[in-house]
Design a protein around this ligand. Structure first.
Ligand SMILES: NC(=O)C1=CN([C@@H]2O[C@H](COP(=O)(O)OP(=O)(O)OC[C@H]3O[C@@H](n4cnc5c(N)ncnc54)[C@H](OP(=O)(O)O)[C@@H]3O)[C@@H](O)[C@H]2O)[C@@H](O)CC1
Ligand SMILES: [K+]
Length: 496
């Protein structure tokens, strides 16, 4: 498990740290780590460090200061270093002096001989010669899209990039990217990850994140990310004394005559996610029985028998029958995971919420379009949007994406930064619903159940796509994802 902290939290911790440790000492610590990782990358790409060339992109603040200090440390290892100053009059003075004293060169990025991009001829040459580029344009204080000169420089880079703290162009708080942004091979960050490292485009732009301890005491994180080991340790498996009933019985209300596949995928996922028992209730009882003989299938919810949770929504439709299914499930007073048509129904008819037992956990798992129907466009700051909607509706909300976000009504937020889109295939959401339903039936906390399910679901998709998770991926459908769920569960349990 690891956390991510907002820039504001980092700044508060930074102030407390500076009361004990002088600021330049902290910066040197941070910069030294940047130099170490840059040397590593140089070695990987050029089979050496000495006599290689590193170009620094140096912005107006301490992020640029870190880059300049890192340049000084690289000089000690015989690296040729050129700093391109984006705001010469605001450059970190001590950093600039130390680099120059170590034999590094510093020139204006917008120097003489500039073409239409505004980049000077010497600066363009230094970019071209670079074996590795260090991005110190902007870090924690980034606001809005990159300014034009920064954007031009970033577009021009061809060498692998080490980003200082955050890839420039990525919003530190939301991970959103608006225009050109650095795509780093490695991002060296300090004290703790920031939301920008684990959300949306920022997740992909950060490359491998290297965390450096500089003595910050950060407190409770804004976001939590679960590891394989966390998920594996909490995944419910039968104890020697369990029966099929004691592990929790899942009810599945999904699919219709027109969409029997949704019933099969949701039910199949519930079967694969935990042991125990799965009941199906709905018009697709025959196809479910024939594909999944272990399921007890009936035509209606009233005949289904006792369950501990309901997985409801995929393929039920948004007409009168779907509405009735949802009403019955909500009135049953059990934990509910609602997906797809359930979200559309709840968004369209606020009176349906009245059927809900307020003491029974309710989980909703929208994709972006469904979320918009329920709570408006999530915009760039998805975490805030999901957290507010979870509070407003008193539900656990899971917003799907390459970083899936799970917010509880009390404000806790989990992120599953899968960083790939293999689960983006028709029917994949049905599988996720079945997994969550099964975990809810086992009695897991509904927020954690969503975090575990999102993690295993994304892992199952990548295992299915790449055979063993190592190979080159090939397109998959939801059936392949479903079949890979047990392997994904084994993988996380082996890590625990
Ligand atoms: N926290 C810690 O513990 C430690 C922090 N450390 C380091 O300090 C960094 C934070 O430094 P910081 O506060 O000086 O600001 P930083 O991010 O360098 O921005 C500088 C200036 O850039 C500008 N600018 C803004 N947006 C822009 C844009 N879109 N495109 C272009 N330019 C833009 C804006 O200046 P303006 O031009 O508006 O005057 C802004 O003031 C942090 O990321 C880490 O590297 C480490 O040294 C040690 C431990
Ligand atoms: K940066």
């Amino acid at each position: 498990m690891y956390g991510a902290w907002t820039p504001e939290q980092v700044r508060d911790a930074e102030q407390r740290l500076f009361e004990r440790v002088p600021e330049p000492t902290v910066m040197r610590r941070a910069a030294y780590a940047v130099a170490v990782h840059t040397a590593r990358l140089l070695d990987e790409h050029t089979s050496g460090v000495a006599a290689r060339h590193v170009t620094l992109l140096v912005g107006a603040g301490n992020n640029g200061g870190d880059a300049l200090w890192a340049g000084k440390f690289l000089r000690r290892r015989g690296v040729g270093v050129t700093a391109l100053l984006l705001s010469p009059e605001k450059t970190h003075a001590a950093g600039l002096e130390t680099l120059r004293r170590a034999g590094g060169r510093a020139i204006e990025a917008a120097g003489p001989g500039a073409d239409t991009s505004g980049i000077g001829a010497d600066a363009a040459d230094a970019l071209e010669r670079a074996d590795v580029v260090i991005d110190g344009i902007v870090g924690l204080s980034a606001r809005g899209p990159l300014r034009p000169l920064a954007a031009e420089l970033v577009d021009r880079v061809e060498a692998p990039i080490v980003a200082v703290d955050l890839p420039s162009g990525v919003d530190p708080l939301t991970g959103a990217v608006d225009g050109p942004a650095v795509s780093a091979q490695v991002t060296v960050t300090f004290g703790g990850r920031k939301p920008g490292h684990v959300l949306g485009a920022g997740l992909v732009r950060s490359g491998g994140v290297e965390l450096v301890d500089i003595g910050l005491d950060l407190g409770e994180p804004e976001l939590t990310v679960l590891s394989d080991a966390d998920v594996g340790a909490g995944w419910p498996v039968p104890s020697p004394f369990d029966t099929k009933y004691s592990q929790g019985v899942v009810g599945v209300a999904a699919g219709s005559a027109n969409f029997p596949g949704a019933a099969v995928l949701t039910s199949g996922a519930a079967v694969h996610a935990t042991s125990g028992m799965v009941r199906y209730a709905g018009p697709a009882a025959d196809p479910v029985r024939s594909r999944l003989p272990e399921i007890v299938a009936t035509g209606s919810i009233t005949d289904a028998g006792r369950v501990q949770s309901w997985a409801v929504g995929p393929g039920i439709g948004t007409g009168a029958s779907g509405r009735e299914v949802l009403r019955q499930v909500l009135e049953a007073g059990r934990a509910v995971c609602g997906d797809a048509d359930v979200i559309t129904l709840l968004a369209g008819d606020p009176t349906l919420w009245d059927a809900r037992d307020p003491d029974a956990p309710l989980v909703l798992t929208p994709h972006e379009g469904e979320f918009a129907r329920l709570a408006g466009d999530p915009g760039g700051d998805r975490v805030t949007a999901v957290r507010e909607a979870a509070r407003r509706y008193d539900v656990v909300l899971l917003l799907k994406g390459n970083s899936t976000i799970v917010a509880a009504p009390d404000g806790r937020v989990l992120v599953n930064p899968a960083g790939h889109a293999w689960p983006s295939t028709a029917g994949s959401g049905d599988v996720l619903t079945g997994i969550i339903g099964a975990l809810l039936a086992s009695g897991l906390d509904s927020w954690l159940a969503c975090g575990y399910a999102a993690h295993v679901h994304a892992l199952a998709a990548s295992l299915a796509a790449s055979g063993d998770g190592q190979g080159v991926g090939a397109p998959i459908g939801a059936s392949a994802l479903l079949e890979a769920v047990p392997e994904a569960v084994r993988t996380v349990r082996a890590a625990a």
